[in-house]
Design a protein around this ligand. Structure first.
Ligand SMILES: [Zn+2]
Length: 115
């Protein structure tokens, strides 16, 4: 499996989400240069903003950021691309579309929140 490719897809999506959230939350002046470190960005946002202050869309994007972070960890641990439910290899076409997914397409159908 071409892990490097999926890693790049994940990082690209991460940058896109952070650009969006940066605008949405007007974090630039609050965070200064620190926001460039994606490490704990979503924790920071959750911590800084009360649940109700975030739009549904912003919350979805923060959740996506969290999923991306977990996927990047799985790449490091070597468990990336393995379905967490049935243990089989996740289809490459699926990983290209949703590189942060934890489930193969068969199991995802039983996990509606993943779609
Ligand atoms: Zn599965």
């Amino acid at each position: 499996m071409d892990l490097q490719k999926y890693r790049e897809l994940l990082l690209k999506e991460q940058r896109k989400l952070m650009e969006y959230l940066k605008k949405q939350l007007e974090v630039e002046e609050r965070l200064g240069d620190e926001w460039n470190s994606p490490k704990d960005f979503e924790e920071w946002a959750y911590f800084t903003y009360a649940e109700n202050d975030l739009s549904i869309k912003a919350r979805q994007k923060l959740n996506r950021l969290r999923e991306i972070k977990e996927a990047l960890k799985r790449i490091e641990k070597g468990s990336y691309g393995i379905c967490e439910s049935c243990g089989s290899q996740i289809e490459p076409e699926r990983l290209e579309l949703i590189p942060w997914t934890k489930y193969c397409s068969k199991c995802a159908r039983r996990q509606p929140e993943e779609l």
